[in-house]
Design a protein around this ligand. Structure first.
Ligand code: ADP
Ligand code: MG
Length: 255
C-alpha cells in the first residue's frame, strides 16, 4: 500500500486553482522533490498532502485512509510535517522541544519515558545538537533552530516525512547532512520522503522523482533524470539554465 496517495487532487487558494487533477502515489523508501517558483503553491500543496488543509476536490490518502477523516493524533502517527516556519510562542528547552515529537505516541495522561528521552537525544545527536539539550530555544541561531525542527521530526518517527524547505537556514555542510539523514531513513527504514527544495541539483541527487508545480494548476511529474532538465526548469523558473553532468550528478547554471 502507498504511504501517500493523491487522487484527482485540486487545490485552490481563494478563486485561484494552483493544483488541478493531480494523481500521485508514494511507496515506502521513495523520495519525491517538489519544485516551483515562489508563490506557486508548494507549501499549500504540502499542507493538503499532510491533511492539514482540505482540497477543493479529490482526496489524499495516508496509508490508505482519507487524511480528511483522520484524528490529528492518528495523522501524526502516519506522517511528520515540517512547516516552512517555526514559531515559538512559549519558552522551552531544546530537549523539551525535541520531545514534543513523542506526543502522538503517548496516552493522554502519560509522561515521556526514558525511552522517549533516549529517542529525542539520539535525534539531537543526529543533527549535531548533542550537548545543547538544556539551551532555551530562543537562544538558538536560525540554522540550529531548523536542525532542532528536523530532530523533533525524527523523534516523531512517522513512516512518511513531508518537508517544506528543510534546508532553509542550513549551511552547505548541514544541508548535505540533513539530506543524507532523510536518504538513510528512506533506504534503511523504508520511510517515504516528500520535500520542497529550491536547488534542482540537490533534488536530482537526493530524490527519485520530482513534481514541478507551475502555479496555474499545471503540474509535471517524472523520474529526476527525465524531468529535471534545462528545458523544463528554464520554463518552470522563467530563467534560462544550462545543464552540466559531472560524475553522475547534474548541475544547472543560470545563463
Ligand atoms: P510557495 O510555498 O510555493 O511559495 P504558497 O503555497 O505559500 O507558495 O502560497 C501560494 C500563493 O497563495 C502565494 O501567492 C500566497 O501569497 C498565496 N496565499 C497563501 N495563503 C494565502 C491566504 N491565506 N490568503 C491569501 N493568499 C494566500
Ligand atoms: Mg512555501
Amino acid at each position: 500500500m502507498s504511504l501517500l496517495e493523491a487522487r484527482q487532487l485540486r487545490v485552490t487558494i481563494g478563486d485561484k486553482t494552483i493544483i488541478d487533477r493531480l494523481d500521485l502515489s508514494l511507496a515506502a523508501g521513495e523520495r519525491l522533490a517538489i519544485l516551483g517558483r515562489n508563490g506557486a503553491g508548494k507549501s499549500t500543496l504540502l499542507s493538503v498532502l499532510a491533511g492539514l488543509r482540505k482540497p477543493a476536490a479529490g482526496a489524499v490518502l495516508l496509508d490508505g485512509e482519507d487524511a480528511a477523516l483522520l484524528h490529528p493524533r492518528q495523522a501524526a502517527l502516519r506522517r511528520a510535517w515540517l512547516g516552512q516556519f517555526q514559531n515559538d510562542p512559549f519558552g522551552s528547552t531544546v530537549l523539551e522541544t525535541a520531545l514534543t515529537g513523542r506526543h502522538p505516541h503517548l496516552g493522554r495522561w502519560d509522561w515521556e519515558s526514558t525511552k522517549d528521552a533516549d529517542l529525542a537525544c539520539s535525534a539531537l545527536q543526529a543533527v549535531g545538537l548533542a550537548g545543547m539539550e538544556a539551551r532555551q530555544i530562543h537562544t538558538l541561531s536560525g540554522g540550529e533552530r531548523q536542525r532542532l525542527a528536523i530532530a523533533t521530526l525524527l523523534t516523531q518517527a512517522a513512516p512518511l516525512y513531508l518537508l517544506d524547505e528543510p534546508l532553509s537556514h542550513l549551511d552547505l555542510n548541514h544541508q548535505m547532512a540533513a539530506l543524507e539523514l532523510f536518504a538513510g531513513a528512506a533506504r534503511d527504514c523504508g520511510a517515504g520522503v516528500v520535500m520542497v527544495l529550491h536547488d534542482p541539483a540537490l533534488a536530482h541527487r537526493f530524490c527519485d522523482r520530482a513534481l514541478l508545480v507551475h502555479g496555474d494548476g499545471r503540474t509535471e511529474m517524472g523520474s529526476v533524470d527525465d524531468i529535471l532538465t534545462a528545458a523544463t526548469l528554464s520554463e518552470l523558473y522563467g530563467y534560462g539554465l544550462r545543464q552540466i553532468e559531472d560524475r553522475g550528478h547534474r548541475c544547472f547554471i543560470p545563463e
